[in-house]
Design a binder for this molecule. Structure first.
Ligand SMILES: C[S@@+](CC[C@H](N)C(=O)[O-])C[C@H]1O[C@@H](n2cnc3c(N)ncnc32)[C@H](O)[C@@H]1O
Length: 384
C-alpha cells in the first residue's frame, strides 16, 4: 500500500487537481516533478477523478485513491448500484468480486456486516484505504473466491457477484463459462451458504440461455439507464421457486417499470391493426426481455406488423414502458425539404440517413417521422 499512499502527499494532490483538464497524452510525455511517483501514477489518479465525476461522484473526496483504468471501467455506475441497493436488505452481506467496490458500497448500505473478497491485492488495498477514509467498516479478504468458499463456514443473507469477462473478444456468443468466476461451477456451493445469490451480468447475455443453465433463478432484473440497457441481474434462490419474476426498468426516463412471469410471452398473442391515434415504442429493457406479444396484450394495444415492435391504440395508455407519440399519417408528397424531424425507420427499406437525403430533411427538433410498415404496406407517420 505504501506505494499508492504517497500519492496523497499534499503537493502531489495539488498537482493532480491542477491538471484535471490537461491533455493526458502530453502530460505522459513529461517527467514527473516528484521523484517518488511516476507520471503514469499521476495520470492514473487524474483519469480516476474524471471517471468518478461521471460514474461515481461520491468518491470525489479528499484522500481517495483510484485504481488502474481497467478496474475503473469494470466498476458499476452509481445509478445502477443505487437501484440495486433499493431491492436488497438483510444482516450479513458479502461481495465475492469486490473490484473497486462501487456495487459493494451501495449494496451493503442496508446490511450490518459486510465482507469484500477480491483476488487482486493492490486493488483491494486501495478499496480498504478508501473505505477507511469514508469511515466505512468491512472485512477485506484478499483471496480467490474459490479458495475462500472452500474454507468458509458462515451463512450470508445476500451473496453478490459481478464476474469479470475473461477476454474481450467481440462477436462471440456470451456464455457464463467466459466469465471469472464461472457461476456454473460454483452455483451449488453458493446456494448452500445463502438463500439469495445476486449476480450482475452483461446486457448481451441471452435470457433463455440463462434460464436453461441456472435452474435456481427466482428473479431477473433488466436495468436500463436512459434507455441504454446496462445490466441483467439474476437472483438465485434455494427456496424452490416455480416462477421466475422478471422486471424491466428504465432509470431516469420517467417511464413505468414492467414486471411479468418468465414464460408468459410464449402464451401471449398480438392483434394487428393499421395505425390509430397513438403509437407506442417500447423501451430497450422491454425489447431486451423479448416480450413483444405480452406487452401488446397487457396494455390492450395492437401491433402494426409482425416484424417491427410498434404498437397502436385510439386511447392513450399512460403507463406504457416506452415512448408514446400522438401521430397522423403523412403522404410522402407532402414532406417538405429542410423540415426538421427525428427520423425513425424500422421494417422499412431505407435507413434514416437515406431518408434524410431523399427528402432533404434536417435532423433533430421536437417532432418525429416514423417510416415503417403495417400489414397493408409501407406507411409514414408524423408526431403531432
Ligand atoms: C467486474 S469487477 C467488479 C466490479 C465491482 N462490482 C464494482 O462495482 O466496482 C470483477 C472483479 O472480480 C474479481 N475476480 C474475478 N474472478 C475472481 C475470483 N475467482 N476470485 C476473486 N476475485 C475475482 C476481478 O479481479 C475483478 O476485480
Amino acid at each position: 500500500m505504501s506505494s499508492v499512499v504517497k500519492l496523497l502527499n499534499k503537493d502531489i494532490q495539488d498537482y493532480i487537481n491542477a491538471n484535471l483538464n490537461t491533455d493526458l497524452h502530453s502530460l505522459l510525455l513529461k517527467k514527473s516533478p516528484f521523484p517518488e511517483v511516476s507520471m503514469q501514477e499521476i495520470v492514473q489518479q487524474i483519469k480516476g477523478k474524471q471517471v468518478a465525476e461521471r460514474k461515481f461522484p461520491f468518491l470525489l473526496k479528499e484522500g481517495i485513491i483510484f485504481p488502474p483504468q481497467l478496474n475503473l471501467e469494470q466498476s458499476s455506475s452509481e445509478k445502477t448500484a443505487l437501484y440495486k441497493s433499493g431491492i436488497l436488505k438483510g444482516n450479513i452481506f458479502i461481495d465475492l468480486t469486490s473490484g473497486f467496490g462501487i456495487d459493494a458500497y451501495y449494496l451493503s448500505q442496508n446490511f450490518d456486516h459486510v465482507t469484500l473478497v477480491e483476488q487482486n491485492t493492490e486493488l483491494l488495498e486501495i478499496v480498504e484505504h478508501n473505505w477507511n477514509t469514508l469511515g466505512l467498516q468491512a472485512n477485506f479478504i484478499n483471496k480467490k473466491l474459490e479458495d475462500f468458499l472452500k474454507q468458509n463456514q458462515e451463512h450470508f443473507d445476500v451473496i453478490y457477484l459481478d464476474p469479470a469477462r475473461r477476454d474481450q473478444q467481440k462477436n462471440k456468443v456470451f456464455l457464463l463459462e467466459d466469465l471469472s468466476p464461472d457461476i456454473l461451477e460454483i452455483q451449488e456451493t453458493l446456494l448452500s451458504i445463502s438463500d439469495k445469490v445476486v449476480i450482475k451480468l452483461s446486457p448481451l447475455i441471452d435470457l433463455k440461455y440463462l434460464v436453461s443453465v441456472l435452474p435456481d433463478i427466482s428473479r431477473i432484473e433488466i436495468i436500463a439507464l436512459k434507455n441504454d440497457v446496462k445490466e441483467v441481474v439474476v437472483f438465485l434462490s434455494n427456496k424452490n421457486t416455480e416462477e421466475i419474476i422478471c422486471s424491466c426498468v428504465n432509470l431516469e426516463s420517467g417511464e413505468s417499470g414492467f414486471t411479468f412471469i418468465f414464460g408468459e410471452e410464449e402464451r401471449a398473442e398480438s392483434e394487428y391493426s393499421e395505425p390509430e391515434k397513438y403509437i407506442y415504442i417500447p423501451n430497450n429493457s422491454i425489447l431486451k426481455a423479448g416480450i413483444f406479444n405480452l406487452i401488446s396484450q397487457k396494455f390492450g394495444l395492437k401491433k402494426l406488423h409482425p416484424n417491427s415492435h410498434f404498437y397502436t391504440s385510439g386511447e392513450k395508455k399512460k403507463d406504457f414502458p416506452g415512448r408514446i407519440l400522438e401521430v397522423e399519417p403523412v403522404d410522402s408528397k407532402n414532406i417538405k425539404k429542410k423540415e426538421q424531424f427525428n427520423i425513425i425507420s424500422k421494417n422499412y427499406p431505407l435507413k434514416p440517413d437515406e431518408i434524410k437525403k431523399k427528402y432533404g430533411l434536417k435532423d433533430g427538433g421536437d417532432h418525429y417521422l416514423i417510416f415503417t410498415q403495417s400489414k397493408k404496406g409501407k406507411i409514414i407517420l408524423k408526431s403531432v
